[in-house]
Write a protein that binds this ligand. Sequence first.
Ligand code: XMP
Length: 597
Amino acid sequence: MGIVVIDFGGQYAHLIANRIRRLHVYAEIRSPLVDVRELAEADGIILSGGPASVYDENAPAFNEEILHTGKPLLGLCYGHQLICQGFGGRVEPGDVSEFGAAYLDVQKREELFDGLAERELVWMSHRDSVAQLPDGFSVYGATEDCPVAAMGDPVRRIYGLQFHPEVTHSEHGMQMLDNFLTLCGAARDWTMDQYIEQVKERVQKQTAGRKVFLLVSGGVDSSVAFLLLNQALGEDRVLGLHIDNGFMRKGETALVERLMKDSGFHNLQVVDASADFLRALEGVAEPEEKRRLIGEEFLLVRDRALARLELDPEEWLLGQGTLYTDTIESGGTDNAAVIKTHHNRVGVIEELLAEGKVVEPLDQLYKDEARELGEKLGLPHHLVWRHPFPGPGLGVRALCSDGDERISSLETAESEAQEMAEKCGLDLDILPLRSVGVQGDSRTYAHPAVVSGDSDWATLEDLSTELTNSFTSINRVIYLLGPQERPTQGIKKGYLTRDRLDLLREADVIVMDALERHDLLREVTQMPTVLVPLSSDGVQESIVLRPISTDDFMTARFSQLPQAFIDEVRDGLLSLEGIEAVFYDITHKPPGTVEWE
Ligand code: XMP
């Protein structure tokens, strides 16, 4: 069956299963309170790291029987200490913590350390350490500050490592994990095809004849989950609902519908609720208010659709495309800290989860694995690798305004900011409208400065940083791409109306198509196209391009894209009826967020 990883809440715990699967062995994550009967089929068990000390009163409660199943056992960091204590050794609180890179002197270059060098670079992160080995164990390796950095009992096949072989900074960590898999005799036959079979079986067991209802947004995760559920349970036992909120990309709803039909499934219902959403958002410009209303309307539309379908709650379970990382970020595993609450983990869903009424076929997977699965299930490559798209969609990309928001204090800032820009040979204005940004841990709602003139990326980047650092009234800087002469523009009133959204949809297609044609979809993590009610005639508007690259979305750099791409996109956008100017957002995050809101 593969390896079971017991999750003690360490920040790298979630990586272990991913690494094991990359070595072609199936791995699953379980709670420290798991019933050992559920481990009966496992080839081996890995105890993860965790933030607690084995002495803490609040150390995670844990089923000690896990230590005594007779199966090969590998403890990492906290898991290493737990093994030490559990088998009669002694763990001592350390005076000094050891974090980061360390050299491991390998004392036994066999079993777990087969094929390794005498000295290995490993990644440490601990305060407590093993002071006395349990009976039957010997030292396998030590670092300068940690005499028992690795220990093992070859007879019982139980090992402990104080460091983290699962992180890439541990140079040959994968070799160590690979050796453990060999010691377990685990079959190297795990492939995505097999996962598909296993997860289908799991879903069939969990649903026990009942049916599954799921919302299909058109994003990768919900599309993959829908296809998988259909294959596992058959079309008659699955129902998908796609809500068109009017903030979708051009042709998005039709695309989702067609893809599902092409895959042979006709059980996706589409509700066009765009009129309801637009009515709810009429005359609203303030970003948080827009978000609140979009969220509320979504729940109303969903509930109406559910009422219309008259699904018997005893017969229907709720399906979700939740990934493992969504659960982790919401503190959804027993011992992880809450980072942000994901929409798949709100109160009412938690209740259903507790009752076993939520089916989540992707809940053990990472984004890269969900994408691989999507390709296997036959979703087209470009859908599988699409950029993430926010729930409120173009609703946060069509900037709204009640009109000119110029305040007198802006005039002073503007003349000082103009001096800074002049030193770079550029003209500058502060725009009398606001967009959302982030500084420190707080949200800002301030003005973009627009610069124009000939320049280069390095100058623009420095100027943008200098401006946003110097003036609290400026949280973003944008650069004029065209037309060459900047029209004299003011702010017109603009809300979430169908006309504006249609115009933005056209602009967005031009940008996304060009990204694909120029093969920039991987280099650029996300590229919002933003419609801004900046106008010289009270009719036409402006577009801001917001390409960013980031690993985690917490911070991001604005992308510096090739001139050929920029020229093509600018010309395409300027040829749209209703667009008179195109700008490029040259703000990192912080101080600018990715979305303008
Ligand atoms: P910001 O604008 O905060 O965005 O820098 C960071 C990332 O989060 C995405 N985002 C959302 N995703 N629902 C989502 O599913 C939302 O309400 C939402 N708001 C922002 C944004 O697109 C970027 O990737």
